[in-house]
Design a protein around this ligand. Structure first.
Ligand code: UT7
Length: 329
């Protein structure tokens, strides 16, 4: 049993920061950012909240799917930058949309979040418990970016994308995993409220994590780069194999948009034509879990997702999480 992406929608904040803008706040240049990452601009939330951006994208996806709010059985939020520790972003999105009954929860699988959520959705659809699942991916990465750290601040942007997913007769297979030994490669610690009873400060077992300031994202960029260039082609191959497909059979590959050089390395390793890979990093930068559904949404808008096309989504991120899903559109 497969999945049908019934509807798509996305929202990006109006505020845009260019590479030139970054060269005024940190020691960087358009030349460095463009050649090392492929990024030219990124959108930055300017008062929007993650659930509001998500609800905006969700409304478009629901309209595109041609269903009623009451048809939605489940809302899966994917985010690492939610507005609240609790409730989930999915509940906040559901409230904003006016939904009164649906199973709502968030998935935190960082930049691979959409692939993880789609896989969960597939299982709930396959067992028959759900007919329509709304996946809402919304990220305000800018709220945890350290704008004094040139090696990370230039990479990330904000935005949201949503899809309505339902059952189909087509193929769907996934290869999804994590390497938790890399949990300290990308992280952002949650600050605690002051507490009159506490006498001890937390003692993180990892030295890097112990020493890092709260809130600001920390990334071992080179380690993540090596991990990503290995894991991306591997996940695409393994998911395709599970479907009984050659990677050459894939029509469209939507990679997580972290660094254009990571995608180019994957293209070389997989020996596939570059035009099968959808890339929009130049405009949006890395929007964590929203990258892949935003790309899906744009491809649909362009009319490039015809029925029967073999699609592969492949992501990786903090955790370290990774995975690919292949399906017939
Ligand atoms: O969604 C998953 C999240 N993250 C990722 O996927 C990130 C994966 N990693 C990467 O994309 C790359 O490792 C980075 C873009 C983060 C860094 O690129 P790199 O080519 O690996 O550069 P590097 O870290 O090896 O740094 C090379 C030089 C260093 O200077 P020195 O020590 O050689 O003098 C850096 O300080 O580039 C310097 N540098 C910069 N220079 C100008 C780092 N960031 C910048 C910058 N502007 N923004």
């Amino acid at each position: 049993m497969g999945i049908k992406i019934k509807g798509c929608g996305y929202y990006v904040p109006e505020l845009v920061a260019s590479n030139e803008d970054f060269s005024k706040i940190v020691d960087t240049s358009d030349e460095w950012i463009t050649t090392r990452t492929g990024i030219k601009t990124r959108h930055i939330a300017n008062g929007e909240l993650a659930y509001q951006m998500g609800a905006n994208a969700a409304m478009k996806a629901i309209k595109d799917a041609g269903i009623e709010l009451s048809d939605i059985d489940m809302i899966i939020g994917t985010t690492v930058t939610a507005d609240c520790l609790t409730p989930s972003m999915a509940c906040l999105v559901g409230k904003e949309l006016g939904i009164e009954k649906a199973m709502c929860f968030d998935v935190n699988a960082a930049c691979a979040g959409y692939v993880f959520a789609l896989d969960i959705a597939h299982k709930y659809l396959a067992c028959g418990d759900c007919k329509n699942i709304l996946i809402v991916s919304s990220e305000i990465v800018s709220r945890m970016v350290d704008y004094t750290d040139r090696s990370t601040c230039v990479l990330f942007g904000d935005g949201a994308a949503a899809t309505v997913v339902s059952y189909s007769d087509g193929e769907y297979k996934s290869y999804i995993n994590s390497d938790p030994q890399g949990a300290d490669k990308i992280f952002a610690k949650i600050p605690s409220t002051p507490n009159p009873f506490r006498t001890q400060t937390p003692d993180w077992s990892d030295e890097r994590m112990q020493e890092a300031p709260e809130l600001f994202m920390q990334m071992a960029g080179n380690d993540v780069y090596k991990f990503a260039t290995t894991i991306m082609p591997e996940a695409v191959k393994k998911a395709s194999e599970k479907a009984g497909w050659e990677t050459a059979d894939l029509d469209i590959i939507i990679p997580h948009q972290a660094n254009i050089r990571i995608v180019q390395t994957a293209i070389k390793k997989l020996k596939l034509p570059e035009d099968k890979f959808y890339i929009n990093i130049q405009e949006y930068g890395n929007i964590s879990s929203a990258c892949i559904p935003l790309a899906l949404s744009q491809l649909k808008e362009m009319g490039k997702l015809e029925s029967g096309k073999k699609v592969c989504l492949v992501g990786f991120g903090a955790g370290l999480t990774y995975g690919a899903a292949v399906f017939e559109y």
